[in-house]
Design a binder for this molecule. Structure first.
Ligand SMILES: Nc1ncnc2c1ncn2[C@@H]1O[C@H](COP(=O)(O)OP(=O)(O)OP(=O)(O)O)[C@@H](O)[C@H]1O
Ligand SMILES: [Mg+2]
Length: 319
């Protein structure tokens, strides 16, 4: 049995594994013994009280703040079954923040194309192999256009960030991440600054990416998108993901013999219902799960047994 209380999923199915990850700043403990196996093609929603360490966990996956304890492993076609320990940022992980991260002096299309342009060529290459550089640029330009069509911005390719709405900028930011074809995309409250209608459009867009995954799997192909989304909105968390993980500092650490709170850990890990783009949103259906998450993840007292609601893989194995 592993810490998630189950038989292990098949190695090739896993995109990311967090093994006993701990983190903190100075004497302040933030994360403790975070264990998680993320399936390739999964859309995992991550929730938890403000300040519990959700962004810290994403930054550890991005590689800018590697964990203080334990390890994070990323699995790709190249890395094989053992995966590769994350210890620095890399193009195999993309992140989208709440605050827009676009270059203000580039159009939508240029913003999306610039990542692969800088990634695939060096300055020397650009100077010395001009013809090949020009051909590559044409390919990247076309790919950026295709990506913007995918995020429904076909008509806005030539706009600058200041000419776009908040929702459009977040779509460009997502296209920017997706064009690099990362193994995993991290979204840190990506829709937090948007109004409700725009937010709904973007949730819908995530569902359409999930449907692309399902189609790829049906055809025997690798699902193209694996995603972790941090959100404060529980309805959104249940709606856009197929699995919900709750991080919380409110768990019964005294029972495990700690003298002081060791940090937030996974206290909730369950599947969520999968929705499609053809059915209207209906948050009434989420009520029971929403209440359970509120009680287990967000309420300080009484502290819960941290393993009781961590059953995702056990349920998958039992199916
Ligand atoms: N660079 C830093 N130096 C010191 N403390 C930090 C640093 N970054 C984060 N922290 C602290 O670590 C804890 C976790 O922060 P983090 O931003 O990961 O929380 P969060 O769950 O993302 O919160 P929110 O939901 O409000 O975004 C907080 O107490 C925060 O003050
Ligand atoms: Mg945060």
């Amino acid at each position: 049995m592993n810490p998630e209380g189950d038989a292990s999923p098949a190695a090739g199915d896993i995109a990311l594994e967090s093994r006993g990850v701990g983190h903190g700043f100075g004497a302040k403990a933030v994360l403790f013994d975070v264990n998680l196996k993320l399936r390739r093609g999964q859309f995992l929603s991550l929730v938890g009280p403000s300040g519990c360490g959700k962004s810290t966990f994403l930054r550890a996956i991005v590689g800018t703040h590697p964990p203080r304890a334990g390890e994070l492993r990323l699995f790709s076609a190249e890395s094989g079954d053992e995966g590769k320990v994350i210890d620095a940022p890399g193009r195999d992980r993309g992140i989208v923040y709440q605050q827009y991260s676009l270059f203000p002096f580039l159009t939508a299309r240029e913003n999306v194309a610039i990542g692969p342009m800088l990634d695939q060529t060096s300055l020397a290459f650009r100077c010395l192999r001009r013809l090949r550089w020009r051909q590559l640029r044409r390919e990247q330009w076309r790919a950026a256009g295709d990506m913007l069509e995918k995020v429904k911005l076909a008509d806005a390719m030539n706009l600058y960030p200041h000419e776009m709405s908040g929702g459009m900028r977040q779509r460009v930011a997502l296209a920017q991440a997706m064009i690099m074809k990362p193994e995993i995309i991290l979204l840190d409250e990506p829709f937090g600054a948007l109004d409700e209608a725009t937010r709904e459009d973007l949730q819908y867009m995530l569902l359409s990416l999930y449907e692309e995954n399902q189609k790829a799997v049906r055809q025997g192909n690798r699902p193209p998108y694996t995603l972790i989304i941090v959100t404060h909105e529980l309805n959104e968390a249940i709606y856009v993901g197929d699995r919900l993980v709750g991080l919380s500092q409110f768990w019964d650490w005294r029972k495990e013999g700690h003298a002081a709170a060791p940090g937030a850990t996974v206290v909730y890990d369950k599947p969520t219902p999968v929705f499609d783009t053809k059915t209207a949103r209906n948050f009434e259906r989420f009520t029971a799960q929403r209440e359970e998450i509120r009680r287990v993840v967000f309420e300080p007292a009484p502290p819960c047994d941290r393993h009781q609601h961590v059953v995702y893989w056990r349920e998958q194995t039992a199916r």
